[in-house]
Ligand binder design. Structure first.
Ligand code: S3P
Length: 174
């Protein structure tokens, strides 16, 4: 068994699925955003506002490099923009099996319309921002993933069952 790495757009449920999966698979869960916040002593919004997005992207890559050296098999939930760097995609693959939680821009909008913690979606026309970012990112998520799970319309239980079934199938094939 390798690490299980969750990728996907903001609001697709990586953090929540990560926590639930950690109970089911009895493995520690690590969330890259939460760890960066802990290590920096600041929220993601504060890091974006004070140091800028480029600095945050460096923190993500630096964290992945360190995680690769760390022992133990974990569930790793990642920030939505993390797979956009080529080096990060390579590191994600070295870390484990990559699962993409796919969902539509409309569902993201519904889930995040009152959220203030995602700096990239603040301001005018959040749905337009989601659609634009999603169209740039979806092909990259797909290319990066070993397993794609469509979560639109699923409840949490269904999503967890689909992930477990996909992981079991890959175990059999290995
Ligand atoms: C980002 C997603 C966020 C967080 C930051 C940037 C992105 O994580 O890393 O706000 O570029 O999509 P979530 O996907 O957990 O919201």
């Amino acid at each position: 068994m390798k690490n299980v790495v969750l990728i996907g757009f903001m609001g697709c449920g990586k953090s929540t699925v990560g926590i639930r999966l950690s109970y089911r698979l009895r493995r520690v869960v690590e969330d890259t955003d939460r760890r960066i916040e802990r290590e920096q002593g600041k929220s993601i919004s504060e890091i974006f506002a004070e140091q800028g997005e480029a600095y945050f992207r460096e923190l993500e890559t630096d964290l992945l490099r360190r995680m690769k050296q760390e022992p133990g098999i974990r569930i790793i939930a990642t920030g939505g923009g993390l797979p956009m760097r080529k080096e990060n995609r390579r590191l994600l693959h070295e870390l484990g099996q990559v699962i993409y939680l796919q969902l539509s821009p409309e569902t993201v909008y519904e889930r995040l319309k009152n959220d203030t913690s995602r700096p990239l979606l603040q301001g005018e026309d959040p749905l337009g921002k989601i659609q634009k970012l999603m169209s740039e990112r979806a092909p990259v998520y797909e290319e990066t993933a070993d397993i794609v799970i469509n979560v639109d319309g699923n409840d949490m239980e269904k999503t967890l069952q689909m992930i477990e079934a996909a992981l079991a199938e890959r175990e059999e094939q290995a």
